[in-house]
Design a binder for this molecule. Structure first.
Ligand SMILES: [Zn+2]
Length: 284
C-alpha cells in the first residue's frame, strides 16, 4: 500500500502516490495495479515488492485467513459498547489500534463480504474482497498501527453469535416472525414458549409502539428469568436481535431492556401448576 511521506514543506505528511497532498485515500490505497486481487502469500513476490517499496504500508486481504471488525473511533466504540452491554458480548481475540484512532478486531473468516453490521453505526465488517492495514503501517497522521493484543497473545476466535447475527445478509423482517434461539437453547420448554410468544408480539408491533412493546414484552420474560425458568443472557440476546430486526436502534434497545430487566427481575414468576391441580382446587 502507499505510505505517508514528508511533504516538501516538511510540515505535513503526504501520500506517496503522485497525487501527494491531494490524495483522497492517503497512505491507504494499493501500490499494485489490481489491489487486493493481487494479494499473495508467495514469499518471492512479496520479497520483490519489499525491495521495490521498502517503506510501503502493509495491506492484508481479509476473508481468507481472518476477517476484521473495523471500529471507527470513539463513536464506533460507543456503539459496540452498547451491544457488548446488551448481549454480554466478549471480544477477546487479536486487536489492532489503528493510526487513525480506530480499532480492528480480528476474527476467524466468516465467508462473508464487506458490509456494515445491522444497527451498528461507525462500525464496518471487512471480509471477502476486503483489506485492512496491519501493524507496523503508518497512518497519514504519522501514527503507527499497533497491536493491542497480537496473534501470540490472543488467537483468532469465531465471531460471537450476537455479532454474527448482525452480519446476516438476510435479516428477519417484520413480515416474518423474528428468528428466536434454536431448540438447543437452555431453559424450560414453558419458558421458551413464553419467550417465543413475546418475541412474536414484538415482531407485530407497529411503528411508534415498538420501543414500548419491547419494554412490555421483555418485562414479562425477565420475570421468568428471575424465576429460574430462562437464561438471562439468552433472553437479552433474543430480544436484542428481534428488536434490531424491526428497526430499533441499539441505544433505545439497551435502555428499554435494562429497565425491563430491572423490573422483571424484581417480580419473579415460575411455571404455573399443571391444569389438573387447579381443577382439583376448584372442585374441592
Ligand atoms: Zn495516494
Amino acid at each position: 500500500m502507499h505510505w505517508p511521506r514528508s511533504g516538501w514543506s516538511g510540515a505535513s505528511l503526504a501520500c506517496s502516490c503522485s497525487r501527494g497532498l491531494a490524495c483522497d485515500r492517503p497512505a491507504k490505497h494499493p501500490l499494485v495495479r489490481h489491489g487486493v486481487k493481487e494479494a499473495t502469500t508467495d514469499a518471492d513476490r512479496i520479497g520483490r515488492w519489499w525491495r521495490r517499496w521498502p517503506q510501503a504500508n502493509l495491506g492484508l486481504a481479509t476473508g481468507i485467513c481472518f476477517d476484521a471488525l473495523d471500529i471507527d473511533g470513539p463513536a464506533g466504540l460507543a456503539t459496540l459498547g452498547e451491544l457488548q452491554e446488551a448481549a454480554g458480548l466478549r471480544l477477546p481475540g487479536p486487536l489492532v489500534a489503528t493510526g487513525g484512532g480506530g480499532w480492528h478486531h480480528w476474527f476467524r473468516p466468516t465467508g462473508l463480504g464487506n458490509r456494515p453490521p445491522h444497527g451498528l453505526t461507525h462500525v464496518d465488517w471487512r471480509g471477502k474482497g476486503g483489506c485492512v492495514l496491519a501493524p507496523p503501517s503508518r497512518h497519514i497522521s504519522g501514527r503507527p498501527y499497533q497491536w493491542v493484543r497480537d496473534l501470540d497473545q490472543a488467537p483468532l476466535a469465531e465471531v460471537p453469535a450476537a455479532l454474527r447475527r448482525l452480519l446476516d445478509p438476510d435479516p428477519p423482517t417484520t413480515a416474518r416472525p423474528p428468528r428466536i434461539a434454536g431448540p438447543d437453547m437452555p431453559g424450560h420448554p414453558y419458558g421458551r414458549t413464553v419467550l417465543a410468544a413475546e418475541l412474536a408480539a414484538l415482531g407485530r408491533a407497529t411503528p411508534g409502539h415498538r420501543n414500548h412493546t419491547l419494554n412490555r414484552c421483555a418485562f414479562k420474560v425477565y420475570r421468568y428469568v428471575a424465576g429460574g425458568v430462562l437464561d438471562d443472557q439468552d433472553v437479552t440476546l433474543a430480544f436484542t436481535t428481534a428488536a434490531l430486526a424491526i428497526g430499533l436502534d441499539l441505544a433505545e434497545i439497551a435502555r428499554s431492556l435494562a429497565s425491563a430487566r430491572t423490573a422483571g427481575l424484581a417480580n419473579p414468576r415460575t411455571i404455573p401448576p399443571p391444569p389438573d391441580a387447579s381443577r382439583q382446587e376448584v372442585g374441592s
